[in-house]
Structures are given as structure tokens and as C-alpha cells.
Design a protein around this ligand. Structure first.
Ligand code: NAD
Length: 336
């Protein structure tokens, strides 16, 4: 059993910890929380709890037992760092943490909020082999994972170029501090950073726009792909059907928006109503000449979770790509 320490038990960390606990070949050795709040109390019922040494007393005062972080890291084989991503200038929490992991000789997985040079950028179905026996891996952001999964499935058709617009959720559902509440916010640095980020995973010509809108549920991507040769709609749909962690839905079945996609996740009785798959509207898939159009939705809170599990297996060379993906999918209830 690989012992996995989850540093940061927020939106991503708590899902990653639960996903690790469902696998047959790994276990949660501990999770780190900064504050002794209700989430820490909930975590303490499932996992050994850790915090920074200066916070141990505050946890004790709140009636919670939390040991210092260094101990948890020392007792683990790998750390999945789910601390807040780097914002603006200066070092991110992940970069600071990486030094701690390096000093203790531990492998680590970082998340998409970190700069690309922190580790090998990873999306299991696109480049699992690159992470085999790697010490540091970065599971790319929710948007980059979404673009990589569907565009990766189309690579065989010969992609000439991609233009995608990311209509991004404002905050995550539990975040009461971030907006916008009543505005559409364009990212005026165009093209946005998402295109180059996709290129750290798959080598395709891609440019992107990003816009933030007042919703918490999901991101939505509109995508146009120019191919070198003619492609057929059936061929594209077939490629999406074959790709793991891509789910085709049809608006005629009643799924007309991200709200209904989230309702579908609830119907599937997924933990926390997570939709790990990238959801492509089949009726949006349209080919005009050599250009393909399609629309997809990304559940930002959960699509990267299976990638973290597969990254652990690659980094310890526990099994190959197909087997790992199948194991992870089975444990998380992803049909394909
Ligand atoms: P979050 O704010 O929900 O959780 C971060 C957790 O890290 C908190 O529990 C915080 O207490 C803890 N933490 C650990 N060390 C810390 C420190 N030194 N200072 C402050 N807090 C510390 O963040 P998140 O949304 O889970 O994001 C984590 C990472 O995952 C980021 O890199 C982010 O870019 C990436 N990511 C987020 C999403 C998303 O939509 N939320 C999607 C994909 C990737």
C-alpha cells in the first residue's frame, strides 16, 4: 500500500483524499488542515489529521488532535499537494512546500495552480508514460484537463489549429468571498494562458480566450478545431465515445445546461455530486468542411481527481496506463 499524504484539504484535497481511500493499492496516511474548523472536524473522523506545528495548540483548543506536518510527510511515500495555487508575484505555497518534500526525499504531486516547471504536466490518458518513476508531477488545471481529454482524442485526425473560449465559473460553490456576482469579466490578456498550458501536455497549435461569469457550478468551453484533412461528425463522435472520462450527453434528453449536468451527477449518486468526466454535448458536435465545432462542460471541483490517482501509480510504476485508468475508474464509479 502506497502511503499518500494530502497537504491541503480544500476543494481538491478532500476529494483526492476520498479517492485515494477507495483504491486497493494506496491509503491516506494523513491530511493537512490549516484551521480547526468544521471541515477539519469532519476530516478527523476519516483520516489522521496534521497541521503546521504553530497551529497544533489551536487545534487542541478546538478539541481536535492534529500532529505537525513534518511527521506526516516523513511517515508517507508521496505527498499530493493540494495547497492554494500560486497567485501573482512571489513563491506559491506549492513551491515552498516542494523544498520541504525535497529535503525529506519524498515524491510529490502538485495541482494546476502551480507553474508548469514544478513537475511533469500530467493528464493520464494523454501522457501517463511521461510520469513513470518521476519525482514531481503537476496534475494540470481543470480547464487544461478538460481540453486535453477531448483534443487528445482527436489528435489522430491531424489537428491544424484550435480556437477555444473558456467560460469560467466565478467561485467554487463554498466560496463566499469571490465574485463576480453580477458581471461578465473578460480576461483581457489574450490569448489566455490556457493554450500554452495545454501544450505542456499535448503538442497542438491552440489559442484560447477566457471569460469569468457569475456561476459556481461548472466551466463551459466552446471549441473550434481546424483539421488538415476532412473529418466526419460520426468519426469525431466515435473518437469521443472511445476516450475515457469523456461523457456524451444530448440536449434533447433534457440536459441543456450545466445545472442539468450537475443534476445528472446527483442522479448517479456520486460522492459530493462530482462529475469526473468532461461532458460533451453530442448535438453540438458539428463539422463544416475541415472545421469541427463542439461544446463541453468541466466540473472544476472533480475532473482532476482521477488524474491524481493515476499519477501516483505512474510515479511508483505500479501498473500501466490502461490498467491504472481502469482501476481508478472502477473505484470512482466512472463507467468508462
Ligand atoms: P482551496 O483553497 O479550496 O484549498 C486549499 C487548502 O490548502 C485549504 O484547505 C488550505 O487550508 C490548505 N493549505 C495548505 N497549506 C497552506 C498554506 N501554507 N497556506 C494556506 N493554505 C494552505 O484550494 P483548491 O481549490 O482546492 O485548489 C488547490 C489547488 O488545486 C490549486 O493549485 C488550484 O489551482 C488547483 N485546482 C483547483 C480547482 C478548483 O476549481 N477549485 C480545479 C483544479 C485545480
Amino acid at each position: 500500500m502506497i502511503k499518500v499524504f494530502v497537504n491541503g484539504y480544500g476543494t481538491i484535497g478532500k476529494r483526492v483524499a476520498d479517492a485515494v481511500s477507495l483504491q486497493r493499492d494506496m491509503e491516506v496516511s494523513g491530511v493537512l488542515k490549516m484551521k480547526p474548523d468544521y471541515i477539519a472536524a469532519s476530516a478527523s473522523t476519516k483520516y489522521p489529521l496534521f497541521t503546521l506545528s504553530e497551529n497544533v495548540q489551536a487545534f487542541r483548543d478546538a478539541g481536535l488532535v492534529a500532529r505537525p506536518m513534518d511527521k506526516g510527510i516523513a511517515e508517507s511515500d508521496i505527498i499530493i499537494d493540494c495547497s492554494p495555487g500560486g497567485k501573482g508575484e512571489g513563491e506559491s505555497t506549492g513551491v515552498v512546500n516542494k523544498r520541504v518534500y525535497q529535503n525529506l526525499g519524498k515524491k510529490a504531486i502538485f495541482q494546476g495552480g502551480e507553474k508548469a516547471d514544478i513537475g511533469i504536466s500530467f493528464v493520464a490518458q494523454c501522457n501517463f508514460e511521461k510520469a513513470i518513476l518521476a519525482d514531481y508531477v503537476r496534475v494540470v488545471s481543470c480547464n487544461t484537463t478538460g481540453l486535453s481529454r477531448t483534443l487528445g482524442a482527436l489528435r489522430g485526425f491531424g489537428i491544424e489549429r484550435v480556437l477555444a473560449t473558456m467560460i469560467r465559473r466565478g467561485p467554487d460553490p463554498a466560496d463566499i468571498k469571490t465574485g463576480p456576482v453580477n458581471a461578465i469579466v473578460p480576461e483581457t490578456k489574450v490569448p489566455s494562458h490556457h493554450g500554452p498550458d495545454v501544450q505542456t501536455v499535448i503538442d497542438i497549435p491552440i489559442q484560447t480566450f477566457a471569460i469569468i461569469v457569475p456561476t459556481t457550478l461548472m466551466h463551459l468551453h466552446t471549441i473550434a478545431v481546424d483539421f488538415k484533412n476532412d473529418v466526419s461528425r460520426d468519426g469525431v463522435i466515435g473518437a469521443f465515445r472511445k476516450a475515457t472520462r469523456v461523457r456524451l450527453v444530448n440536449s434533447k434528453s433534457g440536459i441543456k445546461s450545466t445545472a442539468e449536468v450537475m443534476e445528472l451527477a446527483r442522479e448517479l449518486k456520486r460522492g459530493r455530486s462530482d462529475m469526473y468526466e468532461i461532458v460533451v454535448w453530442e448535438d453540438s458536435v458539428n463539422v463544416k468542411g475541415k472545421t469541427l465545432f463542439y461544446i463541453q462542460a468541466v466540473h472544476q471541483e472533480s475532473d482532476v481527481v482521477p488524474e491524481n490517482i493515476d499519477a501516483v501509480r505512474a510515479m511508483f510504476n505500479l501498473m500501466g496506463r490502461e490498467q491504472s485508468i481502469a482501476e481508478t475508474n472502477r473505484a470512482l464509479g466512472i463507467a468508462f
